[in-house]
Design a binder for this molecule. Structure first.
Ligand code: ZN
Ligand code: ZN
Length: 50
């Protein structure tokens, strides 16, 4: 069974791979689905919010 990215059509073999892809390519938080302009903003969000 494939795990698909909800933002683009990329498919992965595990949920962890999807989360990693989303964080790296879309700057989107895998926990609350909020998106950010920069990777740094996302990283800061994850550290301060989750
Ligand atoms: Zn994607
Ligand atoms: Zn979040």
């Amino acid at each position: 069974m494939a795990y698909a990215c909800t933002t683009c059509d990329a498919e992965f073999s595990s949920a962890a791979s999807v989360s990693q892809h989303v964080a790296l390519h879309h700057n989107t938080c895998a926990v609350c689905d909020e998106s950010f302009d920069k990777t740094d903003s996302l990283r800061e969000h994850i550290h301060s919010t989750h």
